[in-house]
Design a protein. Structure first.
Length: 180
């Protein structure tokens, strides 16, 4: 169980935190907040936070998105997008973060590496994950899109922290509450 404690979400958050903690942080830094309430999943809340311009405070990330089930954090995605940076610079940041995560949590395992070309656009995807304890994982994914006609490309990547075990616990409690 000690390894499970190692994979905690960033920005001072913890599994099970309420959206208010993330919203308070956004408010203190005057960040834009988008809240999604999926109609077909009443217990789910998705809170996305991003600055109007630039990056999140003390971060190279452009946005953070928390998923809350019954008001409890079970997944946090950190989005790394920088329109000012070249695709190669973004790929270098991706590689540096991958190396940093591997040093902190153990080697990341390659998931997907593919390249497709359609309508003069080449799309390259790379993803790696670490699941030190079943159900508790990190997923790092890069997407690069190259316009072959205009000879330009852009890249972005995301880091997902997910606690499937905690999500299952919360879902089980919700299901129990629904029983007559």
């Amino acid at each position: 169980m000690a390894a499970q404690a190692l994979i905690e979400p960033p920005f001072g958050l913890h599994w099970g935190d309420s959206p208010e903690k993330l919203l308070g942080w956004a408010s203190r830094h005057a960040l834009d907040v988008t809240i999604v309430l999926p109609g077909d999943q009443a217990a789910l809340r998705i809170v996305k936070i991003q600055p109007r311009k630039g990056m999140l405070p003390e971060s190279q990330a452009a946005a953070v998105e928390g998923r809350f089930l019954s008001g409890k954090l079970y997944e946090l995605t950190v989005h790394y997008v920088d329109p000012e940076a070249s695709a190669d610079a973004i790929a270098a940041r991706f590689a540096a973060l991958r190396k940093q995560l591997s040093a902190a949590h153990g080697a990341l395992i390659a998931d997907q590496q593919q390249r497709t070309v359609e309508d003069k656009f080449a799309t390259k995807t790379l993803s790696f994950h670490r699941e030190s304890v079943k159900g508790l994982f990190l997923l790092l994914a890069l997407t690069e899109v190259e316009d072959l006609l205009r000879q330009s490309k852009e890249a972005r990547f995301s880091l997902i922290y997910r606690n499937e075990n905690f999500k299952d616990e919360v879902q089980k409690a919700l299901d129990e509450d629904k029983k007559p």
